[in-house]
Design a protein around this ligand. Structure first.
Ligand SMILES: Cc1cc2nc3c(=O)[nH]c(=O)nc-3n(C[C@H](O)[C@H](O)[C@H](O)COP(=O)(O)O)c2cc1C
Length: 362
């Protein structure tokens, strides 16, 4: 007999030291320190997306986060992909295409350097955060053991039931079920699967809760109490929200991006490889739409495309020009509210509790 939605959420909150079963999504590339502190201060789980950060920066962030709010937080890493296959002639065509949307792209731009995964993982271990989360794949048995011995819980992102099963077998303590609605990168273990295996949360949550015996945190298109209540009813123990916090007062999305979210219907977002070479859901800007034309060059593999698109992305951000911006957005972008993050949290959880038949908290 399965526990009722609210009981399941309460058990999850007790286990991870939360007052609300709502986690901020880790969002690499954005400065989410204040947003994270606001979410954890309001009883949710704070987050750092550490993909691009040096080990020292990860340690500094954790110290600063603790100084701002005593609550728990997750630190998130991308597990490494195989090295990309390079094609210089094709990269030349991609550079020329990108220059239509921003400044000339330097010849060396494809040499994108990634942080050393083991050094980042070591910094997370030393930061002693409550949760280490991963996306794109699994931790090695050594890292699973080290994190477990140090008291960190590993949450693995899965986009399919098969990935969730593999994560359970590898020792994950919880599964972040990421639906195809989600903003930002899709966490398919194989880059090529990201477009092939697009499963919406309505089907993914029951599939994963049936496939594994672990708590499930639902992510993708959840931005108000209706989404939270639906996810918990389908078997999730908690939710993870990204886009729904991008317009919060503490968030630092550039104004053109934040503004465009407020009017974006689900069909105004697209899955695109145009920013990093890995598929992610973004607003359908002029650049993203131009990439869909038959004559547009296919994006280079990850992380080469990330390097190639950097000049365009940075110029667009500096000029607040949405068309070249890496404007990630989930399908519920329109529901993102411009309000203090704590207020967004409290309203989302209050609405969900009411829908699930709980007595009012007030
Ligand atoms: C701006 C942005 C950046 C993201 N960066 C990461 C990341 O670094 N690591 C990760 O695991 N997920 C990342 N995600 C995906 C989120 O973890 C989550 O799956 C997604 O936000 C849920 O869908 P929603 O945006 O509709 O709430 C990102 C999402 C957004 C919107």
């Amino acid at each position: 007999m399965r526990a009722a939605p609210l009981e399941r959420a309460e058990a999850f909150c007790r286990r991870f030291g939360l007052r609300s079963p709502i986690a901020l999504a880790p969002m690499a590339g954005l400065d989410t320190l204040k947003l994270s502190a606001a979410v954890s201060g309001a009883g949710g789980l704070g987050a750092l997306g550490a993909l691009t950060l040096s080990p020292a920066a990860i340690g500094d962030w954790a110290k600063a986060a603790r100084a701002l709010a005593p609550g728990p937080f997750q630190i998130n890493l991308w597990t490494p992909d195989p090295p990309p296959v390079r094609d210089q002639d094709h990269e030349t065509r991609v550079r020329a295409f990108l220059a239509r949307w921003g400044p000339k792209v330097p010849d060396s731009a494809g040499e994108a350097r990634l942080q050393d995964f083991d050094a980042q993982a070591q910094a997370i271990l030393e930061a002693r955060c409550r949760v280490v989360s991963t996306i794109m794949g699994l931790l090695s048995p050594q890292w699973v053991e080290r994190f477990r011995d140090a008291g960190l819980s590993w949450w693995a992102t899965a986009t399919t039931a098969g990935e969730a099963r593999a994560a359970q077998a590898a020792g994950a303590e919880a599964i972040i079920a990421q639906g195809a609605e989600a903003g930002g990168h899709r966490g398919a273990f194989l880059a090529a699967d990201a477009e092939r295996t697009q499963t919406g949360l309505m089907a993914l949550i029951p599939a994963i809760t049936d496939a594994v015996d672990l708590p499930v945190i639902a992510a993708g298109g959840i931005a108000d109490g209706r989404g939270v209540a639906a996810a918990l009813s389908l078997g999730a123990s908690a939710v993870q929200v990204g886009t729904g916090f991008l317009r919060a007062h503490e968030a630092v999305a550039p104004p053109a991006w934040a503004e465009a979210l407020s009017t974006a219907w689900p069909e105004d977002t697209r899955l695109t490889r145009g920013f990093s070479g890995r598929a992610g859901r973004a607003l359908a800007t002029a650049y993203v739409r131009a990439l869909e034309a038959p004559e547009a060059p296919a994006p280079a593999p990850y992380p080469v495309q990330r390097g190639l698109s950097r000049t365009m992305r940075e110029a667009a951000q500096a000029n607040n020009d949405l068309d070249g911006m890496q404007a990630w957005a989930g399908q519920s972008a329109r529901l993102a509210r411009a309000a203090p993050a704590a207020e967004i949290m409290v309203r989302m959880w209050g609405e969900a509790r009411a829908l699930l038949g709980a007595p009012s908290l007030a």
